[in-house]
Ligand binder design. Structure first.
Ligand code: CMC
Length: 434
């Protein structure tokens, strides 16, 4: 809840002074409340790309980009990565507190009860071309799933929200695995009720009909850590999209499907796939990374150092630090030597001592090392952003719930400064020239 500071900001427009309330969040972030600006002054604020716009008040995740802090419901992400599981993290984000034992048991049971897709949904997978990108399948199938269960087409009421949220968290994993199996022409493997969340995903991805995939604890833990680290990140592009769609009172599945589409972009979650493509290109061209860094600094090259930079972090992304450690440990444990990891280390070192990156405060982000872990887990590159989406589902649902629970919620509807043609008349075809 915001705190009214009692301070005001004064804005002078055409000689007239307007007073605007200054509000403060629980971590002392201050904001000028401009909600009544247009009605009192006729002006709107303009902030291309929303770099300075608070679109909502939220109690889920706190980021201090200057200090490199990320907390879920107040708990540092590093603590969650060390001590928690993805399922517990999802509960924390959605319901606002760490679950008691009975609450976690109930939540886990609901995930298990909802892990299988409606049988008829299986036929939809056959309609996609074999090379379809799994992110396209994921968003389409999440949206389609609202048609398969009574009541899911409407915005959920609080009494059905829990079950719908559990279904979505559980089934996103099943859809992801089925889309992968379909793209490889492999028979579908159903989830096993005895397996935990992340074990089950690995099972559905990699088991054979005649032999179960061997679940190594360090592999399961590494993937679970990735899910925890991706679980929420306040008002990023996909989460804002989910909130935007939810604000129109669209249902949970339509809102989440929109989030998947936004996440797919290479500047957002899609970057984890592009980091590996970039590192592979560097490797195959015989570059040690320095040629690519030079190109990334040249605005005309059309290249960016993927996995570097962040709108909010002007410091090392705390998730990247944990992912890097997880990556180094995992590869050592599995005895994997990946030349792409060596290139990544070299590039990070070079970039962090290069004035271009230093001046712009560009550090590795969550995507820089996550792809190397996913490669070590044998997850194919085109599935990387899907893995991000599975983790982020918790945050999207938590944000959806904030909209659902807000009795004063209004539809999100930004304004614009129009720069097009002024009043003009329709010209008949014959008068338009050849
Ligand atoms: N490589 C080279 N230059 C960069 C990079 C980069 N990765 N990122 C930013 N810059 C430069 C940019 O050209 C600009 O330079 P100048 O001031 O000379 O014009 C300056 O740094 C500021 O960049 P910006 O584009 O204004 O920053 P932004 O906040 O709009 O964009 C970003 C943030 C993440 C989209 C951008 O840093 C980027 O494209 N990074 C690569 C893609 C990537 O790794 N995305 C994953 C983000 S983390 C996962 C997630 O949450 O989505």
């Amino acid at each position: 809840m915001d705190i009214k500071t009692g301070s005001t900001a004064k804005l002078e427009i055409d000689g007239k002074v307007h007073e605007l309330a200054v509000i403060e969040g629980t971590e002392h972030e201050r904001a000028i409340d401009i909600a009544s600006l247009r009605s009192s002054t006729g002006c709107i604020t303009l902030d291309d790309g929303y770099g300075n716009t608070g679109s909502c008040q939220s109690a889920i995740t706190f980021i201090d980009g200057e200090k490199g802090i990320l907390r879920y419901r107040g708990i540092p992400v590093a603590e969650m990565a060390e001590k928690s599981s993805y399922v517990e993290t999802a509960y924390l984000l959605i319901y606002g507190h760490l679950p008691r034992k009975s609450e976690l048991q109930r939540f886990s049971k609901m995930l298990t009860q909802n892990e299988n897709l409606h049988e008829d949904m299986k036929y939809h997978f056959e309609g996609f071309p074999s090379q379809a990108h799994p992110m396209a399948i994921l968003s389409a199938m999440i949206n389609a799933s609202s048609c398969f269960y009574p009541g899911q087409m409407q915005r959920p009421t609080r009494d059905v929200f829990d079950e719908q949220a559990a279904r979505l968290i559980s089934q996103v994993r099943t859809i992801a695995a089925f889309s992968y199996r379909k793209s490889r022409g492999l028979p579908i493997i159903y989830p096993k009720p005895s397996y935990k969340y992340t074990e089950n995903l690995l099972h559905m991805l990699f088991s054979d009909v005649y032999e179960d995939y061997e679940l190594r604890p360090e592999v399961v833990r590494a993937l679970d850590t990735i899910f925890i680290l991706h679980a929420d990140h306040e008002q990023n592009c996909s989460t804002s999209t989910v909130r935007m769609v939810a604000s129109a009172q669209a249902n949970l599945f339509a809102s989440a499907a929109a989030g998947v589409c936004a996440l797919w972009g290479p500047l957002h979650g899609g970057a984890n796939q592009w980091v590996i493509e970039m590192l592979s290109d560097i490797h195959s061209s015989g570059d040690d990374g320095s040629r690519f860094i030079k190109a990334a600094k040249d605005k005309n090259s059309g290249k960016r150092l993927m996995g570097f930079g962040h709108r909010v972090y002007r410091n090392y992304d705390p998730r990247a630090r944990i992912i890097k450690e997880t990556c180094d440990t995992l590869l050592k444990t599995l005895n994997i030597s990946d030349p792409l990891l060596d290139i990544a280390h070299r590039m990070e070192e070079a970039a962090l001592s290069d004035p271009y990156f230093i001046e712009r405060k560009l550090y590795p982000n969550v995507d820089f090392y996550s792809g190397i872990i996913l490669r070590a887990l044998r997850i194919p590159t085109e599935m990387f952003t899907v893995i991000f989406a599975i983790g982020r589902m918790a945050g999207w649902i938590a944000n959806f719930k904030e909209i659902l629970d807000d009795p004063k919620g209004r539809i999100y509807r930004p304004r614009q400064v129009y720069t097009g043609a002024t009043l003009t008349s329709y010209v008949p075809m014959g008068a338009r020239g050849e």
